[in-house]
Design a protein around this ligand. Structure first.
Ligand SMILES: [Zn+2]
Length: 301
């Protein structure tokens, strides 16, 4: 039907410009601090029940589905905090505002253990351009972290790892310093907004370290379960080569998955392996973003 093609042609041209979606220049090759050869951004996403209600609030009445998320507050976060204390590691926890409101003792425990608290939306809604909830998700999340925990976060990870220009501009306006959602690099870089202004620092992510892909299955999120040997093989190989490149890896670990006994054992082994290498900086997002900002300022002098 030629008429239809004629109508849709210009529309596609407008909607998909002939340019890359990310205008940021290539990541600068700043050295890691203290002689480290590579870095690991150790981070956890505490979605709790919002992982399940974000796509349909009616699921709140499906109590066994809710119990997947509820595991975080009852068991998962506590066991992960124990592991981090044993390994003497400081991590970043991205929390949804709802998780903080519904599970204040869990959020307090993370804070009092000395870990970084960062922003992960309120209801874990996927950020989409033009969505009236987009601003509310950011502002209600900020309000909850401040009111409940006294925290003004500097880090943000987008629910479902999605973002848009409106959100990038809003995060900068609200004073966030770094984002950890993009998949397009192995080193930190500075975002460039559509108007050419500098945006947040990006601490990029790879799906390799998203534990949900390997260890959590449900009828709303059906996936194969991977045994320890397979996950360790994937995680170690990615780390080994990234280390050789002098880059960074970012973990995206969910307490409803990695707080399970077998998964926690696997994570312990992986963290001990990483530490044994001796030259991988295991750090929070705040530390890595701070280091990037220092190097950036020094390079501009
Ligand atoms: Zn999440």
């Amino acid at each position: 039907m030629p008429e239809d093609n004629a109508a849709t042609g210009p529309c596609w041209q407008e909607r998909v410009p002939l340019a890359p979606a990310n205008h940021a220049p290539l990541a600068p090759e700043y050295p890691w601090p203290d002689g480290y050869q590579a870095a690991m951004f150790l981070s956890f996403d505490v979605d709790a029940e919002t992982a399940w209600t974000a796509k349909d609030p009616a699921r709140y009445t499906e109590l066994v589905t809710m119990s997947y998320g509820g595991y975080e507050a009852r068991v998962g976060v506590r066991k992960l905090l124990e592991l981090l204390a044993q390994e003497e590691l400081t991590a970043t926890f991205f929390l949804t505002g709802w998780s903080v409101e519904a599970h204040p003792a869990m959020a307090d425990a993370i804070l009092h253990a000395g870990h970084e608290i960062a922003h992960h939306g309120f209801h874990h809604l996927m950020p989409q351009p033009g969505d009236p909830m987009l601003v509310e998700e950011v502002d209600r999340g900020l309000d909850t972290l401040k009111r409940r925990l006294g925290v003004i976060p500097i880090g943000y990870r987008a629910p479902y790892g999605e973002s848009c220009e409106e959100l990038r501009v809003l995060l900068k306006k609200r004073g966030l310093v770094y984002s950890s959602s993009w998949r397009d690099d192995v080193r930190p870089y500075r975002h460039v907004l559509a108007d050419g202004a500098p945006g947040l620092i990006e601490l990029p992510v790879t799906m390799t370290y998203d534990d949900w892909l390997f260890g959590l299955s449900h009828r709303y999120s059906p996936r194969p379960m991977f045994p320890r040997e397979h996950v360790l093989s994937i995680w170690k190989d990615e780390l080994e080569e990234t280390r050789a490149w002098g880059g960074m890896v970012t973990t995206v670990l969910h307490p409803q998955c990695s707080g399970r006994p077998m998964r926690l054992k696997l994570l312990r082994e992986f963290l001990q392996h990483t530490r044994s290498l001796g030259d991988v900086w295991i750090a929070s997002g705040r530390q890595i973003a701070h280091h990037f900002a220092l190097c950036e300022a020094a390079s501009e002098r």
